[in-house]
Design a protein around this ligand. Structure first.
Ligand code: JEH
Length: 239
């Protein structure tokens, strides 16, 4: 999979690229590249923002650097490509946005199956709306929100999304042995985990886990999952 991230704060992603690319880097499973939006400006101040038409507080990201970034990372446009070249996958272009659909494990699974993801990180009050229209001619555009709270830009949201997507790709660091056993894959919260010592600061591990009775352990864990889900996330059980 190829992932391109465009941001005015590319160094935000240093930790992510290090942690995610361990064994994936050499094997070519994941080709992750982070780009500085200001590399697609031409003025001496490398300007990426301007005042909003119609008035209002704050600044809006100018369309021109975004247009150049999209040209560089997606070429040629999908309409022309469809006529002559079936080999190049249509990129999925994701703009994190407080006004987008909410990112879930299902979104991560959907995006993990794609060949080329481009993440455009906005800042300030967001990006000139025409950029989304232009991007729609060059890929499948998705506006996605990390959740119902307000961030200062798309970077933190993209880090979370790329980590959630990356761990679903076989061979990427963090990819677990069993993805099906995970929380949210079966719609329930996870059961509690314990390790040695069996007694720690007067607290014991639930004796059932030391019983060797694997049927009873599985039933207990299921019960814990249901109880926790009922207490903490009743919405997952359908209200
Ligand atoms: C934030 C991209 C680019 C902040 C506020 C407003 C909310 C009401 N889950 C997420 N929260 N925020 C972002 C996100 C994701 N993914 C996010 C971004 C950008 C993503 C710039 N910003 C900063 C920003 C406007 N307010 C939105 N409204 C309903 C509380 C009030 C207006 C725009 C941009």
């Amino acid at each position: 999979m190829r992932i391109d991230v465009v941001s005015i704060f590319p160094s935000y992603f240093d930790g992510l690229t290090l942690s995610l690319l361990g064994k994936a880097r050499d094997s070519g499973i994941l080709d992750l590249n982070v780009h500085d939006l200001r590399d697609w400006t031409h003025d001496r101040h490398r300007t990426v923002d301007d005042t909003p038409y119609g008035g209002g507080a704050g600044m809006v990201m100018k369309p021109e650097p975004w247009g150049e970034a999209l040209d560089a990372l997606t070429s040629p446009p999908v309409v022309e490509r469809a006529q002559r070249d079936e080999t190049q996958a249509t990129p999925t272009i994701i703009f994190p946005s407080p006004a987008g659909e909410v990112f879930t494990q299902a979104t991560a699974r959907d995006l993990a199956a794609r060949e080329h993801l481009i993440f455009g990180c906005g800042r300030y009050e967001g990006i000139d709306e025409r950029v989304f229209e232009y991007a729609a001619d060059r890929g499948e555009v998705r506006l996605i929100s990390l959740g119902d709270y307000v961030l200062n830009g798309g970077e933190v949201a993209v880090m979370a999304m790329v980590e959630a997507i990356g761990r679903l790709i076989p061979g990427v660091v963090g990819n677990p042995e069993s993805l099906v056993e995970e929380s949210h894959e079966d719609g329930l919260l996870e059961y509690p985990s314990y390790t040695k010592p069996a007694l720690w600061r007067d607290r014991e591990v639930p004796p059932i886990l030391l019983s060797g009775n694997h049927g009873a352990i599985a039933a207990w864990r299921r019960d814990q999952q249901l109880e926790r889900t009922r207490d903490r996330r009743p919405d997952l059980l359908g209200g």
